[in-house]
Ligand binder design. Sequence first.
Ligand SMILES: NC(=O)c1ccc[n+]([C@@H]2O[C@H](COP(=O)([O-])OP(=O)(O)OC[C@H]3O[C@@H](n4cnc5c(N)ncnc54)[C@H](OP(=O)(O)O)[C@@H]3O)[C@@H](O)[C@H]2O)c1
Length: 278
Amino acid sequence: MAANRVSTLHRTAFVTGASTGLGRAFTEMLLAEGVRVWGTSRDPARLGSICSAHTGAFTPVALDLRDAAAAIATFRAMDRNAGGFDLLVNNAGYGAFGEFATAEFESWRDQLEVMLVNTASLAHAALPGMLQRQHGALVNISSLAAEFPLPFQPAYNMAKAGLTALSESLMIETRGSGVVVLDVRPGDYRTDFEGSVTRLPGSRTPRAARAWQAFEGMMRSGPPPEHAAAALRRALLRNESGTVRTGRFFQATLAPLLTRLAPLSLSRRIQASYFGLR
Ligand SMILES: NC(=O)c1ccc[n+]([C@@H]2O[C@H](COP(=O)([O-])OP(=O)(O)OC[C@H]3O[C@@H](n4cnc5c(N)ncnc54)[C@H](OP(=O)(O)O)[C@@H]3O)[C@@H](O)[C@H]2O)c1
């Protein structure tokens, strides 16, 4: 019989980037489902309102993915504390907008480190325990940008495509192990994301400005984060590895279908025109 409450499958979860946006909505959803959550922020004071609303069920954790060694040490300590997490939600991330060739390569490298390498290292730290217990779920929050790259956000696209590739690899590798791997690809959601995007050199040229305007418009008109949390809840209850595309019907359902039927060159032309980059 299918489960109807996430806590019948998973007792504990570690969620990165729980302070705002999608991570906060995932955290609230899991808490409402009876799961105990360890949620992270670089500044745990930002988690105060979740703490006070869910005393005993929510543990705030200071974690900065820019420091891989410290992040892994923190994760391992909390994992022991929780008796082994059933769920890891790799959600934390940020945008960096600019021209690839103009911005310092260091900025792109930093983003790849935070959102791909150091994020993958948390999965690497969580999986041995899950595999030993033959139970658990690894949830990587990728993006539809893995399929439809955002112009002037090259490292973001690389990080998400890489994270999706990791999830796909692990879905095959963990078959029959009792561990579920979810590759979640949200479309545009109305969060603080575009407000916290780092604007790099080359972000204010006329071409970049047109692309920014289209990007900002899509973000601001997207569904609320609770919509993505409902999609994650349904996927967790299915208890099977897989890809979860979520967002507006056009972005999450129609566009991926069209790209399977039409040549990639057409999809690229439509994308460029949408961002004012003919
Ligand atoms: N919104 C969308 O349309 C959309 C679409 C596709 C994918 N996504 C992905 O969904 C995830 C959440 O995005 P969001 O839209 O909810 O953005 P958001 O509202 O800006 O939240 C980002 C979260 O990541 C955390 N974070 C940022 N840098 C971090 C670092 N160096 N170390 C640790 N935590 C860090 C932030 O925590 P603190 O600032 O509190 O430390 C915050 O909780 C991201 O991976 C994003 O790429 C979002």
